[in-house]
Design a protein around this ligand. Structure first.
Ligand SMILES: [Zn+2]
Length: 105
């Protein structure tokens, strides 16, 4: 699921609720469903202006003069945004609802 799709689905849910002050949990492991709180979201820092991923040479911009590696080369597909799950809710059950997997839209 892309970031835009996630935002859209969350927005749809928000419009169905009269109040947005609702805790969001992550449910995972369909075979043995567990639920966890979300502590934040994270995106890896862009290290493209730092050093060459191949030979370690310090780069200003663009192609590495040492080995020819380019910051954009082949890295696009590895770009992720993370929702960070961080343990059990202090009052809710650690076990997640199995229905969440069957009824996902
Ligand atoms: Zn290099």
């Amino acid at each position: 699921m892309t970031l835009d799709e996630l935002i859209e689905r969350l927005q749809d849910m928000r419009e169905q609720l009269s109040d947005g002050d609702v805790e969001v949990l992550v449910v995972h492991q369909p075979g043995y469903p567990l639920q966890e709180i979300i502590s934040g979201v994270w995106m890896p820092e862009d290290d493209q202006s730092g050093s060459c991923s191949k030979c370690g040479r310090i780069l200003d911009h663009g192609e590495c003069p040492g080995c020819g590696w380019t910051p954009d080369g082949g890295k696009d597909k590895e770009h992720f945004v993370y929702v960070v799950a961080n343990g059990h809710h202090h009052t809710a059950s650690p076990y997640g609802p199995r229905r969440a997997f069957d009824e996902t839209n």
